[in-house]
Design a protein around this ligand. Structure first.
Ligand code: ADP
Ligand code: ASP
Ligand code: MG
Length: 439
């Protein structure tokens, strides 16, 4: 085929190719909002796209379902450590089934062909790590065949099916990952519709001066997401990066009549997550993230000798407790040390139980646990080539009398652990210290 014709066909494909549109909980919070979502979908179908929609549960639904599971596990005389996570998944996956059916009904009422798909019907095959399963394979031949009949696919996000045919879920916020995985399998672009109109320099809910990025690199987005910016689930960014899925974050609350300009040049109404080389203006620091989901554990007065760290972190790893920041300091007697580290809040009880079990091998005096800490992170690809980012962070926090309890760094981020009470103050101070509030 001649090059010019191939280019023409490619451009035509980009214009009217396949599109995955994902709508989060607030965007489908009630039937009126689902109607609004349907109008966004109709716009893209009318433009000639083959559309697969991925929906979350109505906002608040998954929290309610998780609450019921906790309640049921407690009244049954068991506790969460003994919970059967296959049943947890069976319950919490149900919210997405409701919204996928409702959207299909609304689309049908508007005169469009539409069909709902549960994870097992696609099938969206996952590992059997219930509660945080990983997608292994998406078989979408039937969905593609139905596209050819002019049908819109409405898939329940967040859920899949394990090898032994049980319903699985992908971890909180997992519908983003369902959408990107489906887009990768369909060779489609992916638009994530949410309650903000893009990715901001920090969470616009705690810093109103935050600015929207028109583009952000996959690497920076990955750090932002994994360090707490919940606008995209971390795994969804990883998948988009690996499979080169063009990803856009935009708002479902803009008028459905305004066209989605995400065209060949990638321009659009939201934020485009793309390769680093497609970003013309590089910032040294591109964003600030925070996470309140942290707990600090100090193991006090362990012998200062080889093998102690292995005795602590080996059993934690074996129990699947992820450890983030680690600090060791010599205690007052000069012969023993204190080892402090952070884990996710949800893992705190399990971590303490593991350490108590291993007390004889570790040999410590006491364990102290405090959930009231937050991790604040400064992220930017430009850090690779610019000095002084860390010192500015430390000085800014010192000026506000905020004490730093632990520090970690990577090539493109610096994270510190602080008292949770200062989260907002720290985020705002750092946002302004790096000039992120200025255009
Ligand atoms: P959805 O229900 O659509 O999946 P989420 O609540 O998971 O939406 O994610 C959107 C939220 O992410 C926003 O309301 C915002 O408060 C938060 N957020 C945190 N950090 C950022 C950021 N850097 N840019 C945009 N939104 C952010
Ligand atoms: N409903 C799920 C949750 O609340 C998945 C999602 O919204 O992405 O975590
Ligand atoms: Mg989300």
């Amino acid at each position: 085929m001649c090059r010019a014709r191939a280019l023409l066909l490619w451009k035509a494909w980009i214009k009217v190719g396949r599109l995955v549109m994902k709508f989060g909980g607030t965007s489908v919070a009630d039937v009126e909002r689902i109607r609004n979502v349907a109008r966004h979908v109709a716009r893209e179908v009318d433009a000639g796209h083959q559309v697969a929609v991925v929906v979350s549960a109505m906002s608040g639904t998954t929290d309610r379902l998780v609450g019921w599971v906790n309640e049921a596990a407690a009244t049954g005389g068991s506790n969460l450590a003994k919970l059967d996570w296959r049943e947890y998944d069976s319950v919490v996956a149900s919210g997405e089934q409701i919204t996928s059916g409702l959207l299909a009904i609304v689309l049908q009422a508007m005169g469009y062909k539409a069909r709902s798909w549960a994870g097992w019907q696609v099938p969206m095959k996952t590992s059997d790590a219930h509660g945080s399963a990983r997608i292994l394979e998406v078989e979408c031949d039937q969905m593609i065949a139905n596209f050819e009949q002019g049908e819109v696919a409405v898939m329940a996000g967040f859920q899949g099916i394990s090898e032994d045919s049980r319903i699985t879920t992908l971890g909180r916020g997992g519908s983003d990952t369902s959408a990107v995985a489906l887009a990768a399998a369909l060779d489609a672009r992916c638009d994530i519709y949410t309650d903000v109109d893009g990715v901001y320099t920090t969470d616009p809910r705690i810093e109103p001066k935050a600015r929207k990025a028109s583009r952000i690199s996959y690497e920076e987005m990955l750090e932002l997401a994994s360090l707490g910016a919940k606008v995209l689930q971390t795994r969804s960014v990883e998948l988009a990066m690996v499979y080169k899925v063009p990803l856009q974050v935009r708002s479902s609350f803009e008028s459905p009549d305004s066209p989605n300009q995400n065209g060949e040049d990638g321009s659009g109404p939201g934020t485009l997550v793309c390769d680093e080389e497609n970003i013309v203006e590089q910032q040294v620091v591109s964003g600030i993230a925070y996470s309140r989901d942290e707990a600090k554990i100090s193991v006090r007065r362990v012998k200062d000798k080889p093998g102690v760290s292995a005795a602590i972190f080996g059993p934690l790893a074996a129990a699947n407790v992820s450890v983030d920041m680690i600090v060791q300091n010599v205690s007052a007697d000069g012969e023993t040390a204190n080892i402090t580290f952070t884990v996710a809040n949800k893992d705190i009880d399990r971590a303490i139980a593991v350490l108590e079990d291993a007390k004889k091998d570790i040999g410590f005096a006491e364990i102290e646990a405090s959930p009231g800490v937050a991790k604040i992170s400064v992220i930017g690809i430009g850090m690779r080539s610019h000095a002084g980012v860390a010192s500015r962070m430390f000085k800014t926090l010192a000026d506000k009398s905020i004490n730093i309890q632990a520090i970690t760094t990577s090539e493109i981020k610096i994270s510190v652990l602080i008292d949770e009470a200062y989260t907002e103050l720290a985020v705002r101070a750092l946002h302004s210290a790096y000039g992120l509030d200025k255009a």
